[in-house]
Design a protein around this ligand. Sequence first.
Ligand code: HEC
Length: 584
Amino acid sequence: MSHILSSVLGVTMLTKRLLIGVAAGLTVLAAAVFTLLLARDPGVPASANVALAGQITSTEEGPMEGVVVTAKREGSTIAVSVISDAQGRYGFPAGRLEEGRHALTVRAVGYDPEGPLHADIAGAGTASVDIELGATHDLEAQLTNAEWVESIPGTEAQKRMFESCVRCHTLERVMRSTYDAEDWLSVLERMDGYVTSAFPGNPQRRPTDEWTPFANRSPQAQEARRRQAEYLASINLSSGARTYALKTFPRPTGRSTRAIITEYDLPKLSTAPHDAEVDPDGMVWYVDFGQQYLGKLDPRTGEVTEYEVPEARPGNPTGILALKLDREGNPWGGNMFQGSIFKFDRETEEIQVWKVPDELEQPKGTHGTRIFQVNHAAPESSHVDGKVWLQNRSIAGVHRLDLATGEFETFEPFLNSTRNSHNLYGIQPDSQNNLWFLDFANEHIGRIDAKTGEIALYETPTPGSRPRRGEVDPEDRVWYAGFGGNVIGMFDPRSGEFREWTPPTPHTKPYDTFVDRNGDLWTGSMYTDRAVRLIPETGEFIEYLLPETVNIRRVFVDDSTTPVTLWIGSNHGSSLIALQALDE
Ligand code: HEC
């Protein structure tokens, strides 16, 4: 039985219909077109002339390597960044900066420029701006989440609570607060009431029956919460002063300085672009984690178009987590608390929504969440058998949707598990549409055979690795980010072998992985603001510090450009970021 929803021309009213065997798209939604800007292709010309160059120095260090310099033309939504080399020199290739006055900013922990910087870019020739840096007056504002975690006193177990906080905002907000333990009890209670995708730019609340207020919790749970409140009061500014030294990580060196980074602002600050992926025409698609939008960026112009995704369960929290393209390049999304998935047809611009039937929501109290949370749809191999996999957090399981009949099958790998918690999270089909899934609560990856339905579980070498999201490559090898174990890993089903690597910067806690056409493995961090590239044959890591706080989740590499382009959504920064390594 299928549940297909439609709405016509952007009208918010939804017509719920029960239809069997209808697969055609039913919905047309008006597109909102935003500013049109002129920028250049993200590709870097081979024999690049230089539009803007200079040297970065400080009295403390002399020439400074690894300083991220960003140029943004007045009124533009596009910012371009490069990183200084061992001589402190930076250079923006010609063709990458528009003509006009650019504001210049830098990222170098511990340092700030003496005053505002700018550069005037003309049609030809090289503008020259040397930059002198001095000690910053506000180091706390410059720390990454990882540097905070490294600095604050406490055990690993105590610090684990920050895994929750960083989903929604930086730790600076937490550490600069002045709350005492009693205050923290009510602040944490307020935090509990936000939906998973809330952030200060879009503070959406959870339905009240979806979480338990402090007063109704068990004595043990209340005690655990009190200990958290006391811990927070011991590390923030409630005593009036910082009681520990702030530790900072070294700036990038060598290969980590050879990259060009382009950041495209999205039209609304409330947008939280969770996943981004590039279609065969070079358009960058993204989904809004907190709101009902699918968006499209044309990186050649900076133009952004947003499409409203109909709500399958009006009144439930809004927002879309994962975005994946099918073989035709059509975007699909997992609409979380709407308990639905959708497909956007690039040709007709129609959105088709499939609502997971009510009876497939988990009765309260077992492994999953209390209400539907469909984070992921996986249509990549649906052309093989006409079926699309989707994840259902409420049952810690997956469904398989038959596109011809609209029927949902259910698979619950952990139904008989004796462990008290499972979180079947990232899902990825192989070339034959067999499904690989990751248990974000523990340390298993698993496979569902498309033909027999047989389920197999494989344990990662690192206990507590908490595989979060990943990829199946064209050779059907499985790559995963072990958030809890601070590893990125690979499982080869043919040999049964695992390999795992740990990124060098502490507390990277990888979220996702992607293998590019050169065989390099990419990941990113919600903690370090670094995009991470691993060359698996040599084990060499290259980490690219981004120009600002980013909160990297999904990583996607566009293999069609030279060099390849890494795309990231800045979840709390309402922008899309493209990074190209210049030493491929
Ligand atoms: C699900 C999202 C979410 C999570 C998880 C979350 N927060 Fe927040 N937090 C918010 C939002 C939204 C705001 C801004 C609105 C507000 O203050 O309620 C905020 C604000 C704050 C503030 C500033 C409040 C003030 O009055 O100045 C503090 C402090 C804070 N959070 C601490 C924490 C800590 C500590 C954690 C982790 C244990 C945490 N938050 C987890 C969403 C979240």
